[in-house]
Ligand binder design. Structure first.
Ligand SMILES: [Zn+2]
Length: 148
């Protein structure tokens, strides 16, 4: 039998408790009811006799189906959340346009404010905090919406 691959290990690990100390020409499946390892000569798969290869494949297929179902539920939840997230992002961006002294495109929102003395142009600590919070929130929403 050839050197076991990662796929062989993954398959065998669904029925065996450990593989590292077991030769792969013997079935390493743990038989719970008998409190021992199967030990039959392995058939087409390393560490697995024909019977336990079938059991392992069934478990792996079941796990894959569960993963797929979980991924489907996640995608459905993302879609369900989309309108609310888009609305929240629009609100955050509207507030940012209102209070951000410099637009993303580099144009000042308010030319008069731009030419005001520096001391008057400096945003307050509270305003800077709000800007940071809103920018962070907007970035998180864009990421959740797959926009960045
Ligand atoms: Zn076996």
């Amino acid at each position: 039998m050839s050197t076991p691959t990662t796929a062989d290990r993954t398959l065998a690990a669904t029925v065996a408790s450990r593989l590292d100390t077991r030769p792969h020409d013997r079935c390493a499946a743990w038989i719970e009811s008998a409190d021992r390892v199967c030990g039959k000569p392995s058939a087409a798969h390393p560490w697995l006799c024909a019977r336990h290869a079938t059991v392992a494949k069934r478990r792996l297929a079941k796990a894959a189906a569960e993963d797929e179902a979980r991924a489907d539920r996640y995608r459905a939840e993302q879609e369900r959340m989309r309108p609310a997230r888009e609305a929240r992002l629009a609100a955050v961006e509207a507030r940012l346009r209102q209070i951000d002294p410099i637009r993303r495109d580099g144009l000042a929102v308010d030319r008069a404010a731009q030419h005001a003395p520096l001391a008057q142009r400096l945003p307050s600590d509270a305003r800077i905090e709000e800007l940071a919070r809103l920018h962070k929130r907007a970035a998180g929403l864009r990421r959740d919406l797959g926009l960045s």
